[in-house]
Ligand binder design. Structure first.
Ligand code: UD2
Ligand code: MN
Length: 567
């Protein structure tokens, strides 16, 4: 299945000679042996020269600037954004060694020399399928250039059966400059990113595993804070701050450092703000690690042995998606922690699509769904009901054998998902717990409040009505929270601004933590916006139409609403 790049053997001898000549005490070099006996890491037996970044560099994209294209190239680049989801012309113009601004805070730069001298070594695992050559090689160069040599045990590239020609011998040839430091494993079958990461992790021999996507740029001082935290806490699974690199012109943009990773009940990753407990716990907000309920997935480090002890990944997950929340829930529930390390920064090109085939085994076109179902069924106990609200179609889908993962949960004695919710992400809104009512909000003629597939989490939308869809339809599920909001997962209903026709639409906006939009409701009767005293009224609106607030009137049946379940 996998084969090793062929240029590793000869380099051992070369290395030995090098070490002797330079007067180093060469202890044991045994890649197969346990890493803790590895007292020296392989020197660079290739011919790559790490640039001296204190000298000014000129050229496209240097200093993290965007690339300016014109004429025909500009047009090609713009077209590529639609088909390849990044501007490959721009990327190709940039040196693989380009300089980028140090995006760390001043506080982080001030402590950069305070990390222990004896940090564990890292194996950096970079998996890829049909990645663009320039983005991939820039990832590798950035790691080699910005990781102190004694901390970089190796870089392991896993080629997940790429089909593009430039990733063949041209890539193997290019990597020779790194000698044995960079190993390339090529899979003859498509593994999907989860199994590709496992393959890379199993081949790794450094003490710490660091995973990166294949379109990243490691920033100055990125690895020390990750390794230091793992040295201090073996079960900490740590993530750098992910800085954005523009998919359009490759500009290196800064990232934020103040947030945590969360999730949607649809089991997509999301970002959130720090809970009060974290704000209080962290004495140095610029530098202290952040306890994060979840991770984005691509960029993180873990003690290698711990990574496998806590279950690696679910090997039955295919292609893309779900593994990031699976590892997050699992690590927390089984005694570890997920953390964001604000002093470690790595850039990542966020793309609006996947420049590779997303079809899984057996022609599966919904790998995120089936992977997420595996995670829900194993780790979420009863709370999986909230996932199925979003994915009713998956309730009866066979996603393969789960016994191995369930046995793992048993063996590790992991805590419940309820424990995770209460202790790790206490701010997470649970739509049907600790609320006054939950379910469809039904008016006259079997019509229900409905978001009409409008994207409520990307900005305010107008609420509508539609034929009630039962048993459940995520667009029609609402709660009356104990703060009396009429709310969805993160959005709340409010009264919109009066239109030209003198009516006020119902809008759906982000809920505010301290400024609740309160409603008054009585089963089967009004839904009254407290502040304005107006009532939701479906009079004259047909399925698919927007809904409005009107003056409350007990005699109007179009103002009567009933919610599935009252608590
Ligand atoms: C995010 C993660 C990604 C992964 C994913 C959920 C970040 C920055 N990225 O999506 O790592 O956790 O969420 O699954 O947090 N790849 C393969 N084989 C495949 C498919 C992908 O090797 O079959 C590689 C791909 O070339 C890339 C990596 O996996 O290096 C992640 O893929 P992506 O960049 O398309 O995922 P992204 O960033 O949208
Ligand atoms: Mn990515």
């Amino acid at each position: 299945m996998a084969r090793w790049a062929g240029h590793r053997q000869k380099s051992r001898l070369q290395k030995l000679v090098l070490f002797l000549v330079s007067g180093y005490l060469f202890i044991v070099w045994n890649r197969e042996g346990a890493s803790k006996y590895m007292l020296e890491v392989p020197a660079n037996d290739g011919f790559h020269v790490i640039p001296d970044y204190s000298n000014p560099r000129n050229g496209p994209g240097e200093n993290g600037l965007g690339v300016v294209l014109s004429g025909e190239e500009k047009k090609i680049g713009e077209d590529q954004m639609k088909t390849m989801f990044m501007n490959v012309v721009a990327s190709d113009k940039i040196s693989p060694d380009r300089s980028i601004p140090d995006s760390r805070s001043r506080e982080c730069r001030n402590i950069e020399s305070s990390y222990p001298k004896n940090l564990p070594t890292a194996s950096v695992v970079i998996i890829f399928t049909d990645e663009f050559f320039s983005a991939l090689t820039r990832t590798v160069h950035s790691v080699v250039n910005r990781t102190p040599q004694h901390l970089l045990y190796e870089v392991i590239l896993v080629d997940d059966n790429s089909q593009r020609e430039e990733l063949g011998s041209k890539l193997s040839e290019h990597l020779k400059r790194f000698g044995s430091l960079v190993r390339l494993i090529r899979s003859k079958e498509r593994l999907g990113l989860i199994r590709a990461k496992i393959l890379g992790a199993k081949a790794a021999r450094g003490e710490v595993l660091v995973f990166l996507d294949s379109h990243c740029e490691a920033n100055t001082g990125w690895i020390e804070p990750l390794l230091a935290r793992i040295q201090e806490e073996r079960t900490a699974v740590v993530c750098p701050v992910i800085d954005a690199i523009s998919d359009g012109n490759m500009a290196y943009l800064g990232g934020s450092h103040g947030g945590i990773g969360t999730f949607w009940w649809s089991l997509h990753y999301s970002m959130g703000s720090l809970p009060k407990s974290e704000i209080e716990r962290r004495k140095n907000p610029a530098t202290d690690y952040i306890r994060s309920p979840t991770m984005a997935g691509g960029l993180f480090a873990a003690n290698r042995e711990y990574f496998f002890e806590v279950g690696g990944y679910d090997e039955e997950m295919d292609i893309w998606g779900g593994e990031n929340l699976e590892i997050s829930f699992r690590v927390w529930m089984c005694g570890g922690s997920i953390e964001i390390i604000p002093c470690s920064h790595v850039g990542h090109i966020y793309r609006n699509g996947h420049p590779y085939d997303m079809t899984g085994r057996n022609n599966n076109k919904d790998v995120h769904g089936t992977n997420s179902k595996r995670l829900a069924d194993v780790w979420m106990d009863d709370y999986k009901r909230l996932f199925y609200v979003h994915r009713m179609g998956l309730v009866d889908t066979d996603v393969g054998d789960l016994s191995g993962r369930k046995a793992l949960r048993e063996k590790l004695g992991c805590k419940s998902f309820n424990w995770f919710l209460k202790n790790v992400i206490p701010d997470k809104f649970i739509p049907d717990e600790d609320v006054l009512a939950y379910g469809h909000v039904e008016g006259q003629n079997s019509m229900c409040l409905d978001t009409l597939q409008r994207l409520e989490n990307k900005g305010p939308i107008i609420l509508g009505i539609y034929n009630c869809q039962r048993p459940s339809s995520s667009a029609q599920m609402f709660s009356i929270s104990k703060e009396n909001e009429l709310r969805r997962e993160e959005t709340c209903v409010d009264v919109g601004i009066e239109t030209k026709d003198g009516v006020r639409p119902a809008k759906v906006v982000q809920c505010k933590r301290n400024d609740f939009v309160e409603f008054e409701h009585e089963k089967g009767k009004f839904l009254k916006h407290k502040k304005t005293g107006l009532c939701l009224d479906m009079g004259g609106v047909s399925a698919g139409g927007d809904i409005y607030f009107q003056k409350c009137d007990e005699n109007r049946p179009s103002q009567n609403w009933i919610i599935d379940k009252y608590f």
